[in-house]
Design a protein around this ligand. Structure first.
Ligand code: NAD
Ligand code: UDX
Length: 463
């Protein structure tokens, strides 16, 4: 089947950029991205491309090129489903906050709602594509809903997980390491797989498009995230040992990364990984393993999360200890709040947890992040429910200017690796701070010798 109309349910960090790139690369296909969130859709349609809801380098240009031509953002979910031959489901699949599997399992209520809506609306055969990250065997549940409540039309379900990382989403989408498409081995399944292969092959070479059965595809996504996060927890575990032994984790990472079997990427020790995916997906993997009675498998992967929680807490404890065991009423400046550079996303950012620990110690946290608003920072803290909103608002000072944020601070903590932080006038910052002036570099991005020469007391991760 030649695809000319695609609908994507969910205009978030995955749906928005992914569909923008498909639309840019396939001008012959009409792509409609729908969402229930009216504010988000209005922002995607904002004439001023600076106001699109997701900050990703290069995304504004792509949206500007395709929007109104063959890329549309709408809240009319039913119409888009009705018209499309292919429907991507790209809604959020957060960790359950209630009931069985609370704190571990993926909450699939949004996925089920999509399946029921597709079943209700569809009047002709459709290909339904799982773009969201889902527990292995979710396609079975989607199929059961579609087949039992539908209008007698045929559905093919494909799994096509997304591997983009935030901050580099556009580059990752334009140049993916691979595209993974899982589908049924029946003749109809093979045809559906081929239809999607034909879409991607508009810009991805065919040898990078991998086809598998549905379950392998679903599980590969959870596996990839588990392996990536495991590398970070592994190097972070070593960072603590480095601090005790005089080894330097940057040197250790370089030395092991040059072994081609290990590889150099994803070995940057840090204050701990954040983001909406790693923790959620590993917890989900742990839950799935437990549900099959595979306790050793579950415990093995859970350790990645335990190590990450430890690394975040270790960072806040180090700040308190170094500041003479009290941060009460001291101004501590956070450079960065986003979970990584080049994104405005703060979900599960280490900054949230470090701030929460320090606020428990009565510190005042001054925050500067080039892309994150005060409203977002307070919402992140309120979500933890550690204290009431008023107390959070009193504990957080936010700034539009990094030098103002650092003025009179007892310490600076680097929480996000924004490039600009290394370029600041650190002498000027030093001059405006309380002395001794402490820097806790949670990303190892600052020039330690230069800072120490100025007079800072510098502490990085793992050295
Ligand atoms: P998101 O929260 O940014 O976006 C999801 C959107 O879906 C929201 O705007 C929400 O309003 C909308 N939505 C929910 N239910 C809906 C419904 N029934 N009808 C219409 N719209 C609905 O989430 P995201 O970061 O884009 O992630 C989506 C999925 O992709 C998740 O499963 C995630 O694990 C996976 N994923 C995310 C990333 C990433 O970097 N963020 C990368 C790969 C995979
Ligand atoms: C991740 C996966 O990389 C991506 O393939 C998947 O589709 C979604 O989840 P993302 O969370 O957007 O992407 O960013 P990523 O670059 O993986 O970083 C995640 C966290 O790990 C960030 O907080 C980052 O700062 C941290 N990190 C990453 C490290 O601490 N050290 C590293 O070496 C790499």
């Amino acid at each position: 089947m030649k695809i000319t109309k695609i609908c994507c349910i969910g205009a978030g960090y995955v749906g928005g950029p992914t569909m923008a790139v498909i639309a840019q690369k396939c001008p012959q296909i009409q792509v409609t991205v729908v969402d229930l969130n009216e504010e988000r859709i209005a922002a995607w349609n904002d004439e001023n491309l600076d106001n699109i809801p997701i900050y990703e380098p290069g995304l504004d240009k792509i949206v500007g090129e395709a929007r109104g031509r063959n890329l549309f953002f709408s809240t009319d979910v039913e119409k888009a489903i009705d018209e499309a031959q292919v429907i991507f489901i790209s809604v959020n699949t957060p960790t359950k906050t209630f009931g069985k599997g609370k704190g571990m399992a993926a909450d699939l209520k949004y996925i089920e709602l999509c399946a029921r809506q597709i079943a209700k609306i569809a009047k002709d055969d459709k290909i339904v594509v799982e773009k969201s990250t889902l527990p292995v065997r979710t396609a079975e549940a989607i199929k059961s809903i579609l087949d039992n409540t539908g209008n007698g039309v045929q559905f093919q379900i494909l799994s096509n997980p997304e591997f983009l990382a935030e901050g580099t989403a556009v580059q990752d989408l334009l140049n993916p390491d691979r595209i993974l498409i899982g589908g049924d081995s029946t003749e109809e399944g093979a045809k559906a797989i081929q239809s999607l292969v034909d879409v991607y092959s508009n810009w991805v070479s065919i040898d990078k498009i991998l086809t598998t059965n549905v379950w392998s595809s679903e599980l590969s996504k959870l596996t990839a995230n588990a392996f990536l996060a495991q590398r970070i927890s592994s190097i972070n575990a070593m960072s603590e040992l480095c601090e005790k032994t005089g080894a330097d984790v940057n040197e250790v990472a370089k030395a092991i990364g040059m072994d081609s079997r290990i590889g150099a990427k994803f070995l940057k020790a840090s204050v701990g990984f954040g983001g909406s995916c790693f923790q959620k997906d590993i917890l989900n993997l742990v839950y799935i393993a437990k549900s099959y009675g595979l306790n050793e498998v579950a415990d093995y992967w859970e350790q990645v999360i335990i190590m990450n929680d430890h690394q975040k807490r270790r960072f806040s404890s180090k700040i308190v200890q170094t500041l003479y065991n009290t941060v009460s009423d001291k101004k501590i400046t956070f450079l960065g709040w986003a979970f990584k550079k080049d994104t405005n996303d703060t979900r599960e950012s280490a900054a949230i947890y470090v701030a929460d620990d320090l606020i428990n110690e009565n510190a005042k946290i001054a925050v500067f992040d080039p892309k994150v608003s005060r409203k977002k920072i307070l919402a992140d803290l309120d979500y933890l429910e550690s204290r009431n909103a008023e107390n959070n608002a009193n504990a957080i000072l936010s700034f539009e200017d990094p030098y103002e944020a650092c003025k009179n601070a007892h310490a600076i903590a680097v929480l996000t690796e924004w490039d600009e932080f290394a370029q600041y006038d650190w002498q000027r910052i030093y001059d405006s701070m309380q002395k001794p002036a402490f820097v806790f570099d949670g990303r190892n991005i600052l020039n330690r010798p230069a800072l120490e020469k100025i007079g800072f007391v510098y502490q990085g991760i793992g050295s």
